[in-house]
Design a protein around this ligand. Structure first.
Ligand SMILES: Cc1ncc(COP(=O)(O)O)c(C=O)c1O
Length: 474
């Protein structure tokens, strides 16, 4: 062997005394040789040092806290690939049990022992599966009727999450949007119906709208669609994107009819990794009955006497999240979920209330039905204010908080809001710390003599924003 260093590592050298820690981290080519695990660990760890601590990340919807047993279970299952169902048949069954539990939380009428649903990597995949199933059902029906099936569309509000744009682009299905406005902050059922025609594969209401935290009125949409379908002879269904609400409403608003109790709701998706209380990535989709899941999407497997349907865009995927979800179901039970969601919502409502009382803010909506909400600088105050919420975002980041500022969707995109998503693991005490840091940041920003760059950039939009807010009397 010519190279004297080949297979000649030295684990005795201090990590920061090693040659490796004098080298730039690789960003183009794999390093020529190995380094010690200590040094490799340190380098990777240190690259992530400057990031937000997950529990101070108020931007994400995704679980940032699980208890030690859940974490242990998930870590122990880290090497398991869910798709290896032959090798890990109990996990396939556990997955089916989770689907059953979710389906029953949403009042599935399906009587089969194993309900029709699927595991996904998150709501994005689950939404895609719901959309694809609706599209294939529509296509097959059109084919059978000898009608063209090349111009499918679906209807959703402009406050859609980006996954729906992906769905539209990737599957070439026209997305028809109902604008949200300050007068109509969620999907207007009548406006949605106006966009429907014979090529509409489904309408998609959202429970826990990403931008505002509000819920679309599925019951009103269902009634409007029922009338429209009866008049036209169509059978346009509903897929509900319940990414957040799917695990909030069953516990906190059990009497609210938003799920499979409604006639035209044929599929619902949610994120297990949001208010399902599991670390990323986990999503669920459930169909009202197996007849709504096209055969071409479903592969039947038989384990331990259980007939299990396998559906998904990915092949390999981690199994640990299934263990995490099943653990949470057993650990918390209905009562425990209710307690956690109650507290999470109570802390969000407390923050909503406090921020609404803080000058110069006004909350986007008077209500806070889910544990997330948005607020803005009162338009009349913003005129004379030297800073914007983007500056506040930066100030809070200096204290470790990630509280995002962003512009609203089309139609009201001149409005800049800030949003907080409260999650399991965020206590009233932490909320008070955040409020104190917000107040401190406001006091600092109010000392500015000159407008910030983001404030200067905003100038021409403020008039529009102000008049719209005066108009709605908020
Ligand atoms: C309403 C809605 N749908 C879909 C998604 C996508 O979810 P995921 O990140 O689980 O893919 C989100 C994420 O925030 C969402 O809020």
């Amino acid at each position: 062997m010519k190279d004297p260093n080949f297979r000649n590592g030295d684990a005795k050298t201090d990590t920061f005394g090693s040659n490796a820690s004098l080298q730039p981290a690789p960003d183009q080519f794999i390093p020529e040789g190995p380094t010690t695990p200590e040094t490799a660990y340190q380098m990777v760890k240190d690259e992530t040092y400057a990031q937000t601590q997950p529990r101070l990340n108020m931007a994400t919807f995704v679980t940032t806290y699980m208890d030690e047993y859940a974490t242990r279970l998930m870590n122990e299952a880290i090497s398991i690939n869910y798709i290896d169902e032959t090798e890990y048949p109990r996990i396939a069954v556990m997955n089916a049990k989770c689907i059953n539990i979710v389906a029953n939380l949403w009042h599935t009428p399906e009587q089969e022992k194993w309900k029709t649903g699927a595991l996904a990597i998150g709501s994005s995949e689950a939404c895609m599966l719901g959309g694809i199933a609706a599209w294939i059902r529509w296509r097959e029906k059109r084919k059978a009727q000898g009608k063209p099936y090349d111009k499918p569309n679906f209807v959703i509000s402009t406050a859609y999450q980006i996954c729906w744009q992906k769905f539209a682009e990737l599957w070439q299905i026209e997305m028809r949007t109902v604008p949200i406005s300050l007068d109509k902050t969620s999907l207007d059922p009548e406006e949605a119906i106006k966009l429907c025609d014979e090529n509409t594969i489904c309408v998609v209401p959202i429970m826990g709208v990403t931008w505002t935290g509000l819920n679309d009125d599925v019951e009103a949409l269902d009634a409007a669609l029922d009338k429209f379908n009866a008049e036209t002879g169509y059978d346009i269904p509903i897929h509900i994107d319940a990414a957040s609400g799917g695990f909030i409403l069953p516990f906190l608003e059990p009497d609210k009819k938003w799920d499979f109790r409604l006639k035209w709701v044929l599929s619902i998706s949610t994120s297990g990794h949001k208010y399902g209380l599991v670390y990323p990535g986990l999503g669920w989709i459930v169909w009202k009955d197996k007849k709504y899941l096209p055969d071409v999407m479903s592969f039947s497997v038989n384990y331990l006497g259980a007939e299990i349907r396998q559906v998904g865009l990915n092949f390999s995927r981690p199994a640990a999240q299934i263990l995490g979800q099943y653990y949470q179901f057993i650990r918390l039970g209905f009562q425990g979920y209710k307690e956690v969601q109650f507290n999470t919502l109570a802390v969000a409502q407390y923050l909503h209330d406090q921020i609404g009382k803080t000058e110069p803010f006004v909350t986007f909506d008077k209500t806070c039905p889910n544990p997330l909400f948005a607020w803005l600088i009162k338009p009349e105050v913003q005129k004379d204010c030297k800073w914007t919420l983007f500056d506040l975002q930066d100030k809070l980041a200096q204290k470790g908080w990630m509280v995002p500022a962003y512009t609203m969707p089309d139609n009201i995109k001149e409005i800049v809001v800030m949003r907080i998503v409260v999650k399991h693991g965020f206590s009233r005490d932490m909320a008070d710390q955040l409020l104190s840091d917000i107040n401190f940041a406001i006091a600092e920003l109010n000392k500015l003599e000159y407008p910030t760059p983001t404030r200067i950039a905003m100038e021409k939009d403020i008039e529009i924003e102000s008049s719209k807010f005066n108009h709605t009397g908020r």
